[in-house]
Design a protein around this ligand. Structure first.
Ligand SMILES: Cc1cc2nc3c(=O)[nH]c(=O)nc-3n(C[C@H](O)[C@H](O)[C@H](O)COP(=O)(O)OP(=O)(O)OC[C@H]3O[C@@H](n4cnc5c(N)ncnc54)[C@H](O)[C@@H]3O)c2cc1C
Ligand code: SF4
Length: 348
């Protein structure tokens, strides 16, 4: 039997007056039960820590008629895998994950990414899965009185002609220029992590680099997940050189602020030569942006500032900034170079 309650909340944008919306709250006792509950509720949603979803409900941006609480259902454990990788249960809190000794030693950029986000109280509540599926912070998405293709397809994009200082410069579409806000997702994309899910179509494994989408003509879809597909765990592959990794975030305030630009990088050096490298960028696109072009240029080359700069230039060659966010292109390039120099042990 599941616990069943009915909740009501006030919602309404400025000027629209409050509307009372009713929704059902369920706490399923099994993964299959949770999946079955959402399969029957096209407007339902899973609930993790609620730190993003409940905020969006208060703003009337999200209007689920059913919340299936999965926080205690999916694993909250972090364990070593037989191949030397690490599995993070989807219900692990952001605080626990950041503090975990395995994560800190083998993948420091994951811990650093988490600690650079939100606040201590929020990280205690927020789950790994919920963090990855948090929605964009575009101000128009969060304001129901404005046009927004992501919130209401076909209404237009207020940001392109409006306030877009914080928004994307890579992989945008005429329909949407939003950025993905999760710092954790950036570190996981750099590591080639995989996302384990269970849903109406059964279990599957999604590469982290393919979980989030570019906006294209359908910006309302953030990810490739289907309705009712539950994230159960994240697997970090064995990557010894990730012990030499770093997450660097540039933002307007030292804490409690989303990334203007972020870089997650791991560097494998031998005799001053880049043997291998992983780089992903945050704050620049609708998804964590894996810098494949830069990585390709760096492999086999000298670990010096000149090559790092060439790689950063190459990665942003196709950037299409708007007037208000053109500053992000040099900022991101410089942040990438600085992060690589730090990992290489200073300027050369
Ligand atoms: C003031 C403030 C500042 C913040 N700053 C940052 C920051 O700098 N960097 C950063 O990265 N984040 C930041 N955050 C966001 C915060 O990290 C997220 O709100 C949080 O990680 C979401 O996790 P949650 O468990 O509360 O998700 P919820 O709000 O519960 O859910 C979020 C989404 O995930 C879905 N979901 C939850 N669990 C599952 C599951 N197991 N399977 C499938 N779907 C699921 C929900 O249906 C919902 O769509 C900030 C938040 C606030 C309020
Ligand atoms: S950038 Fe995307 S989220 Fe923001 S207003 Fe445009 S369509 Fe909406």
């Amino acid at each position: 039997m599941s616990l069943r309650r009915v909740r009501q909340y006030c919602a309404g944008g400025p000027g629209s007056g409050p509307a009372m919306r009713t929704f059902r709250y369920e706490r399923a006792e099994s993964v299959s039960g949770a999946v079955a509950l959402l399969a029957e509720a096209p407007q339902g949603a899973f609930l993790g820590g609620g730190t993003n979803l409940v905020d969006l409900m208060k703003l009337d941006v999200a209007r689920p008629d059913l919340l299936v609480d999965v926080r205690r259902l999916v694993s909250d454990r972090i364990e070593e895998l037989p191949d030397g990788g690490v599995r993070i249960g989807a219900g692990t809190s952001n605080s626990e994950c950041a503090a975990d000794p395995l994560v800190r030693q083998r993948y420091p950029m994951v811990s650093q990414a988490l600690l650079s986000g939100a606040s201590g109280q929020l990280r205690n509540l927020a789950t790994t899965a919920g963090n990855l599926l948090q929605r964009t912070r575009c101000p128009y998405f969060q304001n129901v009185t404005t046009a927004c293709n992501k919130r209401e397809p076909g209404t237009g994009c207020s940001a392109i002609e409006g306030h877009h200082r914080d928004l994307a410069v890579l992989g945008t579409s005429p329909e949407c220029v939003a950025t993905h806000p999760s710092d954790l997702a950036v570190a996981l994309a750099a590591l080639d992590a995989t996302v384990r899910t269970d849903g109406p179509g059964g279990e599957r494994v999604v590469p982290m680099t393919e979980l989030h989408r570019l906006p294209g003509p359908e910006p309302q879809r953030d990810t490739v997940l289907q309705h009712g597909e539950l994230i159960t765990a994240i697997d970090l592959p064995p990557l010894p050189f990730a012990a030499r990794s770093h997450f660097r975030k540039v933002r307007d305030r030292a804490s409690y602020a989303f990334a203007l630009v972020a870089v997650a990088a791991a560097l494998d050096l031998a005799d001053g030569v880049v043997r291998d490298v992983r780089i992903a960028l945050g704050g620049v696109a609708h998804k964590p942006w894996r810098a494949y072009r830069a990585e390709e240029l760096l492999r086999g080359g000298p670990a010096d500032e000149e090559l790092f700069r060439q790689a950063a230039e190459a990665e942003f060659a196709d950037a299409r900034p708007l007037t208000g966010n053109a500053f992000k292109v040099p900022l991101a390039r410089n942040t990438m170079v600085a992060t690589l120099l730090d990992l290489a042990g200073g300027p050369r």
